[in-house]
Design a protein around this ligand. Structure first.
Ligand code: KIV
Length: 269
């Protein structure tokens, strides 16, 4: 596969849907992971608020701060020569008022070098998305299972299971598009509703746990790398046992130091 070498733009993301091409997104939180994923050919890197769980070991995304998110976004943006980089706005950094949302979202572009932001929510966030786009901040929407609302949902539950929830998802997708969002993440929903939304929209839908009927897929990098051995979800394909490998390397180093095998002569100045 030929991988383009020039920087992708937000417009390229939209063009992929018009050209009928699937797009691939992954999360990244640090410089080197971002560097190698960028070289692997992904279209976009999201500095997801999953950062709070998979990097900081917190139980959910809620306590992530804007400063933490900006710090990691800056590292990822510095590494990404080609992929679009999007910062994921933490809980309560964009919900209180449109003016707070503009100030905080703007920092991802001004200070962290991202090309846009992602925020959770549907029809209720439409006016905020519209204003951000008007001032020049590209926005990726996110509907379905929006983890910042886990307490309202009563846990991590598949969405769109009844007609009220389906109507909300369809109306939300349409209103986010009308407000100028450049793409929408569809999380944890049945493939039929994801497919209906994908057909309805001219902007790309990027699925996570939403089946095949979408314009692209996004995954949390640590999930597909197998970093958290206690985490298992139906939609995750684990490509590697990173947890096992880290333990193995740790054990080997402990054994080599304790036995006196390390450092050898060649490893000594
Ligand atoms: O924070 C995150 O990782 C996300 C997912 C959609 C990938 O929002």
């Amino acid at each position: 596969m030929a991988i383009r070498t020039e920087k992708c733009s937000i417009r390229d993301i939209g063009r992929k849907k018009r050209d009928g091409k699937k797009q691939v997104w992954l999360t990244a939180y640090d410089y080197f992971t971002a560097k190698y994923l960028d070289a692997s050919g992904v279209d976009g890197l999201l500095v997801g608020d999953s950062l709070n769980m998979v990097f900081y070991g917190k139980p959910d995304t809620l306590s992530l701060t804007l400063e933490q998110s900006l710090y990691h976004t800056e590292a990822v943006a510095r590494a990404a020569r080609r992929a679009v980089v999007i910062g994921d706005m933490p809980f309560l950094t964009y919900q209180q008022s449109i003016s707070t949302a503009v100030t905080n979202a703007g920092r991802y572009l001004k200070e962290a070098g991202a090309q846009g932001v992602k925020l959770e929510g549907g029809i209720e966030m439409a006016a905020t998305v519209k204003r951000l786009v008007e001032v020049g901040i590209p926005v990726m929407g996110h509907i379905g299972l929006t983890p910042q609302s886990i307490h309202r949902f009563g846990g991590y539950r598949v969405q769109g299971r009844n007609s009220v929830s389906r109507d909300y998802l369809l109306d939300s997708a349409q209103s986010l598009q009308n407000s100028g969002a450049f793409a929408i993440v569809l999380e944890a929903m049945k493939p039929d509703i994801a497919g209906e939304i994908t057909k309805l929209l001219t902007i790309p839908t990027i699925g996570i746990g939403a089946g095949k009927n979408v314009d692209g897929q996004i995954m949390v990098i640590s999930d597909i790398m197998g970093l958290d051995e206690s985490f298992d979800a139906k939609f995750v394909r684990k490509y590697f046992d990173l947890a096992g490998k880290i333990r193995e390397v740790g054990e080997k180093f402990v054994s080599d130091v304790v036995s006196g095998d390390y450092p050898s002569k060649d490893e000594t100045y």
